[in-house]
Design a protein around this ligand. Structure first.
Ligand code: HEM
Length: 486
């Protein structure tokens, strides 16, 4: 339920809320220059009415959309999620912000009250600062009244730009498999309820009809959407243009300025790939596709990895049925593997590590590099493994570890919704619960394994889960057995 982990999905929700309330507003409002003010004023004059709620939802929804989108950008930036395989999402995200602002600012003009008048003229004057406009746009406002043609342009800006946004949003999530475009239901309902409460408690009121013969005096500004006008007033149009250009160029340049160290990408072994497609299904970034197998057998498929999309998360390794450690193969070569952390290495280290342990109880922890630090949480009776992502773990490794002498196995990774690679935690949980292939066999005693989803810094949660596993795993084995194992 942490909204910070669902900012993209919340922005989507707000966008659709704006679209729905916008369509209803469009149906009930008069969108001519003469009738606009009266119709919207009448609609929202009654507090606690449907019209008031509708207008408030639309306005506060617009503020929230911009705020949440900015927070989404800030979060991705702070987490360093803008380069390499995320470059496409970042670059397609940048244009969405100016579009959102254009759309939001244009909405104020449609009310055609004093605030709309102020914003329309301030925008025209700001655009006039550009050297290439033949005649000043602000001149349109000198004639004493705005004509219907100009008002149609306002309508176009406010309706046309959202269509561009729809296209932009679709593009933005193109390279993300199963993008989360709807937040958890409780969060969605809570957000909608909060906006509705705000709309009813603090209804949006028009600020008097536009009058081009007068300069609006005191205005209640919407600081989220209209901050650009006071900023231009306090500085200059040229300064704000330069600031905007620098911000946009900076955002576009960011992924190229500080690309992260490139990790080796997943590699397919045609001899061990059965063509089942589970890796393609589970890949969070659509980097794996199935292509005809070069052996030419009719219907035979082979996984193929697009290096520029691969996040090196190894979730595909956990999805591959050939990754099971029970195979006799020496070394264990699977259908798809990470050169920097081969599955054979994991099996070998597991066996060697268990054999070297001399404690009464022996526990194994499979964790991930981005969640709670398993090595920090582990005691002498624990054999810790920090994988690239919890999703790298083939579930059969749990049973294998138990059969190889472990008394209990703990699987940990980033908290739900916080997986560094988006889907690793979800797939791991589902595979362990038998809801996704490949799954952990139900014959494995549930007393002897456990999961805990904990972010970095929450090592205490791992320690608590280990304590509980120690108790559940039962009394320690006789020391004769332990000596035999050693
Ligand atoms: C304007 C509205 C925006 C919406 C509605 C939106 C929505 C989304 C959604 C739904 C996802 C997928 C989240 C997931 O399933 O994990 C996503 C991912 C992403 N977005 Fe946005 N986004 C917006 C703007 C932006 C902006 C302005 C940027 C940055 C310039 C940005 C950067 C990213 C990045 C880098 C990812 C990939 C995250 C990852 O791979 O883990 N987005 N966005």
């Amino acid at each position: 339920m942490n909204p910070l982990k669902h900012l993209g999905a919340l922005a989507f929700l707000l966008f659709w809320l704006l679209a729905v309330t916008g369509v209803v507003l469009y149906v009930v409002l008069d969108t001519s220059a003469q009738g606009a003010y009266r119709s919207i004023d009448e609609l929202s004059r009654e507090p606690w009415s449907f019209g008031s709620a509708l207008r408030g939802l639309h306005r506060y929804g617009a503020d929230a959309f911009v705020f949440v989108s900015l927070a989404h950008l800030a979060r991705e930036w702070l987490l360093g999620r803008y380069s390499n395989f995320r470059r496409f999402s970042w670059l397609t995200g940048v244009p969405l912000l100016p579009l959102a602002f254009v759309c939001g600012i244009g909405g104020f003009w449609l009310n055609w009250d004093r605030l709309g008048q102020f914003s329309a003229i301030a925008t025209a004057e700001w655009l006039d600062a550009l050297p290439f406009l033949a005649s000043p746009l602000a001149r349109n406002f000198l004639s004493g009244a705005v004509n219907d043609r100009l008002f149609s342009l306002f309508v176009f800006v406010h309706l046309g730009v959202p269509l561009l946004l729809v296209f932009g949003l679709w593009f933005h999530i193109q390279r993300i498999s199963r993008a989360e475009v709807f937040p958890p239901r409780a969060l969605a309902l809570g957000t909608a309820a909060a906006l509705l409460a705000l709309a009813l408690a603090l209804p949006i009121r028009s600020q008097g009809p536009a009058d081009l013969a007068a300069v609006p005096g005191t205005l209640a500004i919407d600081w989220f959407l209209l901050f650009i006008h006071p900023l231009t007033g306090a500085t200059s149009a040229g300064f704000v243009w330069a600031l905007l250009a620098a911000t946009i160029i900076g955002l576009f340049a960011l992924p190229f300025l500080r690309p992260r160290a490139v990790q080796p990408v997943a590699q397919v072994d045609p001899g061990n790939c059965s063509g089942c497609g589970r890796c393609a299904d589970d890949c969070p970034y659509g980097a794996v596709t199935m292509v005809p197998h070069p052996n030419g057998r009719p219907g035979a498929l082979l996984a193929s990895v697009r290096a520029d999309l691969c996040a090196s998360c190894a979730i595909c390794v956990g999805a591959c049925p050939s990754s099971t450690p029970f195979r006799k193969a020496e070394p264990l070569v699977t259908g798809i593997d990470m050169p920097q952390w081969p599955i054979d290495d994991l099996r070998r280290r597991l066996l060697d590590g268990l054999a070297a342990m001399n404690t009464e109880q022996r526990l194994v922890v499979f964790g991930c590099d981005h969640g709670a630090r398993v090595r920090a949480a582990a005691g002498p009776d624990v054999l810790p493994f920090s994988l690239v992502c919890a999703g790298m773990l083939p579930p059969s490794f749990v049973e294998y570890a138990l059969r190889a002498g472990a008394d209990g196995v703990l699987i940990t990774g980033c908290r739900d919704g916080g997986c560094e690679f988006r889907l690793g935690q979800r797939w791991t949980a589902q595979r362990l619960l038998g809801q996704r292939e490949p799954h952990l066999r139900s014959t494995v005693s549930a007393e002897r394994w456990n999961t805990v989803w904990a972010d970095g810094g929450d090592e205490a949660a791992v320690r608590t889960a280990l304590d509980s596993l120690r108790r559940r795993a039962g009394p320690a084995l006789p020391s004769a057995t332990l000596e035999a194992r050693a």
